[in-house]
Design a protein around this ligand. Structure first.
Ligand SMILES: Cc1ncc(COP(=O)(O)O)c(C=O)c1O
Length: 404
């Protein structure tokens, strides 16, 4: 294999991503290293997945212990790590039952299918509509791109599944006409992540909860990105005090080891029966063993309080940089999901910064073309936040010069 990795990538991969010019070969905590041992401070956290950073010793121990016992058995068997994880998830949330899959998209897909099947079985064919919101992101299957509220992910995949309505996020006006007795499910992200780090207004969630109760509609929260401590509570719904009926979880559930989970309350759980749905690798012993340890570490009051404290540090540092450079018009988010929105003058260029930042040895993300997004490990040390922000300041100087 030659070591011009990006050339190899272009040659062999169906185009879909544009990897940056840094190929991580190893990592520790919030640092990624390439083959030359150049380090990068990671504010992207594997897109909200590596909540406990790289090579966490406790997780390595859990994974290797399980790797020496049992890898995969398929769903004619249950297994001990999945039973343990199911118990943890259910006993620490408002939900009654779980279905395991492999990623966020699958967790969303199972949530929508469960809600639709429950509605159809209980109330008949006409209760089939899904209500979703503009700008949302729910994954990449045909059903999830259709449910998501961003045309760029749907274009070219038509015809799309029918009976999905979209409405403006955070707008209370019109909700009564949107959520009716024909609605099977309403799906939303409590903080629209990919769409620009836009937190839902409490009144918006409360109104939707009220209408879902009135019309016997399953309210689904997609907490693939906001779940597992990201906002400073185990799930964002806990912070809002608004309980969904179904929740989709993935990403940080096993710290980047592939897993998805759909948790649901009664009576929506009865949407599925034997063979209604399935996933060969869903609930496999390896990912569940890692998830069990991840869950124990994150589901701890002190740990979660520290996430909120780190929010303050990260945002304070960002404000200081912005006072000098005046690139951002808004800095927002909860816990360690933070978005900084570019001034009109710089709009459309957030992705450019992702690449420039790598040159300055710090990794950030965009969210929409206008927002810089931060999703560092939840246990990132304060010193790494400060050092990463120093590097980001240099990257932002270059960004500003480029766009002058
Ligand atoms: C809110 C949300 N839902 C669903 C998904 C899809 O998850 P995955 O890429 O694991 O399939 C993502 C991924 O970014 C997400 O942020």
């Amino acid at each position: 294999m030659n070591n011009n990795y990006l050339e190899l990538y272009k040659k062999y991969f169906i185009p879909s991503y544009e990897p940056v010019n840094f190929v991580p070969t190893h990592g520790h905590g919030s640092h990624l290293y390439n083959g030359d041992n150049v380090d990068l401070i990671d504010f992207a956290g594997g897109v909200a997945a590596t909540a406990l950073g790289q090579t966490n010793e406790l997780l390595i121990e859990a994974l290797t212990k399980q790797a020496n016992q049992l890898w995969h058995v398929g769903n004619i068997f249950t297994n001990l790590p999945q039973l343990e994880l199911a118990q943890k998830l259910i006993e620490n949330t408002c939900f009654d039952k779980v279905f395991f899959s492999n990623c966020g998209t699958e967790a969303v897909e199972a949530a929508l299918k469960l809600a639709k099947r429950y509605a159809l079985k209980t109330y008949g064919d006409q209760k089939c509509e899904i209500v979703a919101f503009n700008n949302a992101f729910h994954g990449r299957t045909l059903l999830s791109v259709s449910t998501g509220g961003q045309a760029k992910y749907r274009n070219g995949f038509e015809p799309l599944p029918l009976a999905i309505k979209h409405a403006p996020f955070n707008q209370l006006n019109g909700l009564e006409d949107l959520i009716t007795s024909n609605t099977a499910a309403v799906i939303l992200e409590p903080i629209q992540a990919e769409g620009g780090v836009i937190p839902a207004k409490l009144e918006f969630l409360q109104k939707i909860r009220e209408l879902c109760d009135l019309h016997h509609v399953a309210l689904i929260f997609d907490e693939v990105q906001t779940g597992m401590g990201r906002t400073g509570s185990l799930f964002a719904y806990i912070q809002y005090g608004v309980e969904p009926d179904i929740i989709a979880v993935a990403k940080a559930l096993a710290n980047g080891f592939p897993i998805g989970a759909t948790l649901a309350k009664e009576p929506f759980t009865s949407g599925f029966e034997f063979a209604s749905h399935g996933a060969t690798f869903g609930g496999n012993p390896l990912s569940c063993a890692v998830a069990n340890k991840t869950f124990d570490i994150i589901n701890n009051k002190d740990f979660l309080n520290a996430v909120s404290a780190k929010h303050k540090l990260l945002v304070d540092e960002l404000y200081k940089i912005n006072q000098k450079l005046d690139l951002y018009c808004d800095i927002r988010g909860k816990g360690l999901i933070v978005g900084a929105e570019l001034h009109d003058k710089y709009k459309g260029n957030a992705y450019k910064l992702v690449h420039i930042a790598i040159k300055h040895r710090v990794s950030v993300l965009n969210a929409s073309p206008n927002v810089t997004r931060f999703l560092p490990a939840l246990n990132i040390p304060e010193a790494d936040i400060k050092e990463g922000m120093k590097r980001l300041a240099n990257a932002l100087v270059e960004f500003k010069q480029l766009l002058a």
